[in-house]
Design a protein. Structure first.
Lengths: 107, 127
């Protein structure tokens, strides 16, 4: 019984940890990510107001990038430019962008 | 002449503002301590964001090492206020019992600590 419970918990955990998104195509992601560089590609680039740096995103975790873009799309995260960008992307586009950007690893 | 003085003064003020915004305000050592400490009834930041934010226990969480301090501050404050929604982080940053609640100083220190780490994330250059 105990072993069964352990196995069940293990399975549940595996599901919980599994990325809940389709596999991304980094080639298409590269094309889509062209626009990102306009802000995320400029060293020290800041938002106008409130003033803080646009985050570094190259080499970021793939699952997190998917979550971030989906959160902008759903309104769980608010930023005028990012909401507009994310709203124009399908879930597959988001997966592709995340696959590409996450592979741009820090050297 | 007065106009010139005024122009110089505003330029100086502007430069001062830019410098002030750019300078890291937090205490790195205090930030490291807060990041690694396990608060009563809570989880340490470091239990999910491993190795000073260079790794994470799950790819759904962000890498934080070398991220801009002011961006990290904004993220933490938004989690605290609820402006940014993530069940786990909202709870972590502003536990309802108040035990874990990060103060502004905690946030500044943690952000300074993470920003001081070797970069796990970089500026995106399209190639």
């Amino acid at each position: 019984m105990r072993r069964l419970l352990t196995a069940l918990i293990g399975t549940a955990l595996a599901f919980a940890m599994a990325p809940a998104h389709a596999a991304g195509n980094p080639e298409n992601g590269k094309t889509l990510a062209y626009t990102c560089a306009g802000c995320h590609g400029i060293p020290e680039y800041r938002n106008a107001y409130p003033s803080y740096h646009v985050p570094k995103i190259a080499g970021q975790n793939e699952g997190y990038l998917v979550n971030a873009l989906k959160a902008y799309k759903s309104g769980d995260r608010q930023h005028p430019t990012m909401t507009a960008q994310a709203s124009s992307f399908s879930d597959q586009d988001i997966a592709d962008i995340a696959a590409y950007l996450s592979a741009q690893k820090a050297k | 002449m007065r106009l010139q003085t005024l122009a110089t003064a505003s330029l100086a003020l502007f430069a001062g503002t830019v410098l002030a915004v750019g300078a890291p305000k937090g205490d790195i050592a205090a930030g490291k301590q807060r990041f690694e400490a396990t608060p009563e009834g809570g989880q340490a930041c470091a239990s999910c964001h491993l190795e000073g934010g260079a790794k994470s226990i799950d790819g759904n969480m962000p890498l934080l090492a070398g991220q801009y301090a002011d961006y990290l501050e904004k993220a933490l404050k938004d989690y605290r206020s609820g402006a940014r929604v993530n069940v786990l982080m909202n709870a972590q940053v502003s536990a309802t019992d108040g035990a874990n609640k990060l103060t502004d100083a905690d946030i500044q220190n943690i952000a300074a600590y993470l920003a001081s780490q070797p970069q796990a994330v970089e500026i995106y250059k399209s190639r």
